[in-house]
Design a protein around this ligand. Sequence first.
Ligand SMILES: [Zn+2]
Length: 397
Amino acid sequence: MSYRETVIAYADQQAKVYQDIALAIHDKPEVSNYEFFASETLAKQLEKEGFETKLDVAGHRTGFTAVYRGAKPGPVLVFLAEYDALAGLGHGCGHNLFGAASSLAAASLKQVIDEVGGEVRVYGTPGEEGGENGSAKGSFVREGFLKDVDAALCAHPGTEKNILTGKSLACAPVDIEFWGKAAHASGCPEKGINALDGLILTYTGINALRQHVTPDVRIHGIITNGGDAPNTVPDYAKAKFYLRAATAPGLENLYQRVVSIVEGAALATGAKGRLQPYQNRVENTVPTPSFDALFLKELESLGETAEKRDEDPKGSSDVGNISQVVPTIQPSLIISAEKLAGHSEDFRDAAASEFGLTFVPRAAKALALTALDLILEPETLAAIKAEHAAAVAAQEA
Ligand SMILES: [Zn+2]
């Protein structure tokens, strides 16, 4: 058997094991940094496959690494695994399939790695959907897990048509808080300092800012604390906001403008105001088209095709943080022929459907074969790395 045939045969042979894992994770949805069942199940399976695994990494108790070093030196390739669910909805983003497919891709590539050379890893990255200490990929980058890595690969479940890696927005999830002074709201309001007023002025200040930002910018938030009783001047108020822009410099500019709004509202009301991140900043995705072209070639060899993502980005993913430091692909492969809304009950159901489960071996094979190409064709890998470096540099210009 050729290397390719070995990889494909193993993915087919093991498909059911990983589909069952995807179903088990679907049955037990866990949110950001609480994915104990999912991370342990995937890590245990990879240990069975012969990987050296480590749980609780990069400051995330539900993060993991699985490493297999081949007998000969060669490229270090990482498959990124996500497995978090959405609060209240379950696996409405299909990350149960995502983590299982990346793990199967790694296990399949491992079958030939001693012969072709190199190293296969899976990074289990919690909390893609965000939350307290969410978007773990930023932590993996910060803590040096990508330093010796040549490329990163993963695939996301999608619907209607397969789509290659697209851009995504940089995003800063922040808490905005105000502290004032409680007082009877009618008896002695002059003694009080109204934290809620500080927050409301911030909210309207942000709305005034909207007219004067570039079209890529998205700002959206909720008020989570606005006081406890109408007859008491609120001494504490809190909002959670997402600030998004197409690039890191654009986001930083937006961030500072919102900081100024908070400072202005604090000055106006006498309340103390603070804006601070409650998790990693999510960076915009830098696509590497030649890497996607390689993936497309492999996908087509398996009888599927994919289109370029042409629309402007609206969402964000912490895969972006990885793509800022190594060439990265995250194509989306369909789990339903029909177009379904993301983060919906329909999407959640598709992620456990018969069609949905085909994602696991389909994505695993295409990703593993793409990684195999990177090992067998050093000049292709070098060209991809050069293109990626140029794309990263261009966005800073
Ligand atoms: Zn997702």
